[in-house]
Design a protein around this ligand. Sequence first.
Ligand code: FES
Length: 157
Amino acid sequence: MSVSFPEKDRKLVEEMIRHYPHKKSAIGDVLYLAQKHFGYITPEVELYVASLLDLPASYVHQVVTFYSMYLKKPVGKYLIMLCDNVSCLLCGAEDLLGRIKEKLGIEVGETTQEGKFTLWTVECLGACEQAPVMMINDKLYGNLTPDKLDRLLDSLE
Ligand code: FES
């Protein structure tokens, strides 16, 4: 196995495991740490996480493929996740999507050539009261308007 955490992250994994009654319950935290460290979750990373938690690799794979927050391939520096579920659609998400595509010159699922932006659409982000909503990396942006969107994208370096 060629992937592994550095010593400080291995200690973090041990701490994460101690927070739960069962070792396997730390899987979400450990996968999130793995994603931060390796950038995305490859089959090799799944195997490594499985070995850390004494789990079958198939179990880890199921978790990784079930949750969209786990990245399976490289993405741009900024991962834009625009909600295209009902509340956000009713509040203008479709127009925002068109604006992003036009501004960045990419379609959903694509990354800009220089690797700066990746665009995804996602199901409800759980912030319908702020619709339309998107996340860029770990940060949520709500009550979006086309102008607000433009300013936001322009401000990212
Ligand atoms: S429908 Fe968009 S956040 Fe819920």
